[in-house]
Write a protein that binds this ligand. Structure first.
Ligand SMILES: O=C(O)C1=C[C@@H](OP(=O)(O)O)[C@@H](O)[C@H](O)C1
Ligand SMILES: C=C(OP(=O)(O)O)C(=O)O
Length: 409
């Protein structure tokens, strides 16, 4: 499905937009619930990634397919590695077969697991023969994806002697590791994270408890961009958010102050409001090593505002749903931008004009579709394969329409 977005203005909002639960929190809690059935989860994400995670955990089949869901692939690899007397194969989309997993497989095998490759060494699909893991100490490279580390931590408290993980090298996406530890703490698991050592104490069982997933902050980013790009004074409210978020992408509230957007918290909702103009001669400089999923949103906001930016800490973008650095450069340049990329950063020059009627390719990447959509406040554009948004935010287009963006097939 391709969508045509006509140049629009934001209309005054009637009711808050209810954004689905964080897929990161949801997929962690689903795995923990499989290990500790006493857990009840509220506000679970309705994203494809969470649907595939839930389906895999409830399946009795020996063949699991997680499609594009990176967290599901990594977390389930660890989960099935400790399911004694069960052998499964786990695969995903063509892109998933290009997303590296060797660092996690090596770490699990060091602990006594039996995980092997079915096609290309280092990549899914995998065959996993579930075992009781005999060791409890492991060293893992920390600079490629934090999901490998979270995967180990999530099974740690079910190992007889808990788990000691030593992180080797620079640590990427730290807030996601902290989210994992905080959720473990919330169910009663004792953890510590000092310097490069993470320790997880064993916990056999727990009492019934209910956990509520906060709505997804990465999904909120597209509304921050919309408010930043709006030329009329306007506001948008989103639910259900809290100030002490577990999600690193909540840094958006701070970052978008630079774009003139304020965030106020009231009960469980945030209200985003345009409160100031921006100085178009500034260059926005941001290190996004802790918040890689909002890089596309920020780059497109800067382009739409005609301001330059230099975004660093982006080395993980190359192994996500697509090579996001190349995809951003290609699509922004179609619209008239000048973009320079390296292995880990992106520089956008200030551009005052935006080309009209450009069709944006999305490369099976939900965030390409959603990040470019707010440009409809500036120009007419087309989004190719717009259904990709369901990976994290199935109702995105309906919610965008409710803000006043005119769209049709
Ligand atoms: O643990 C998680 O839930 C995630 C971690 C991040 O991945 P990396 O650690 O690979 O950067 C992030 O990009 C992804 O969307 C979700
Ligand atoms: C990178 C992402 O997801 P994953 O790695 O879990 O596929 C994302 O949602 O932006």
């Amino acid at each position: 499905m391709n969508l045509i977005l006509q140049k629009s203005v934001i209309k005054s909002q009637q009711s808050p937009i209810n954004i689905t639960g964080s897929k990161s929190e949801s997929n962690r809690l689903l795995l923990l619930q499989a290990l500790y059935p006493e857990i009840r989860i509220r506000n679970l994400s309705n994203s494809d990634d969470t649907v595939f995670m839930a389906k895999a955990l409830s399946s009795h089949s020996n063949s699991i397919d997680v499609h594009h869901a990176g967290t599901a692939m990594r977390f389930l690899t660890a989960y099935f590695a400790v399911q004694e007397n069960r052998t499964v194969t786990i695969t995903g989309s063509e892109r998933m077969k290009e997303r590296p997993i060797q660092i996690l497989v090596d770490a699990l095998n060091q602990l006594g697991a039996n995980v092997s490759y079915l096609e290309n060494p280092g990549f899914p699909p995998l065959q996993i023969e579930g075992q009781k893991l005999t060791k409890n100490q492991v060293t893992i490279k920390a600079g490629v994806s934090s999901q490998y580390i979270s995967a180990l931590l999530l099974i740690g408290s079910k190992l007889e002697n808990g788990l000691h993980v030593t992180l080797d090298g620079e640590i990427t996406s730290i807030p996601y590791i902290k989210m994992t530890l905080q959720l473990l703490n919330q169910i009663g698991v004792e953890t510590s994270f000092e310097k490069n050592l993470i320790q997880i104490k064993p916990l056999k069982e727990l009492k019934e408890r209910e956990l509520t997933v906060e709505s997804d902050w990465s999904s909120a980013s597209y509304f921050y961009s919309l408010i930043a790009l709006s030329t009329i004074e306007t506001e948008i409210s989103l639910t259900s958010y809290k100030m002490d978020s577990l999600q690193g992408d909540s840094v958006l509230a701070e970052i978008y102050k630079q774009f003139g957007v304020s965030t106020s918290f009231h009960e469980n909702r945030i209200t985003l409001k345009k409160v100031a103009g921006i100085n178009s001669s500034v260059e926005i400089k941001l290190d996004l090593v802790n918040a890689p999923d909002i890089a596309q949103t920020i780059a497109v906001s800067c382009f739409g505002l005609g301001i330059a930016c230099h975004l660093t800490g982006l080395h993980t973008l190359k192994i996500k749903e697509t090579d996001r650095l190349v995809a951003l450069k290609t699509e922004l340049e179609k619209l008239g931008a000048t973009v320079i990329i390296t292995e880990d950063n992106l520089q956008l020059k200030a551009t005052s004009t935006i080309k009209k009627d450009i069709a944006i390719d999305t490369y099976n990447d939900h965030r390409m579709a959603m990040a470019f959509a707010p440009l409809a406040l500036k120009t007419d554009l087309v989004i190719h394969d717009a259904g990709v948004v369901s990976k994290s935010y199935p109702s995105f287009w309906n919610d965008l329409k409710a803000t006043g963006i005119r769209l049709s097939e």
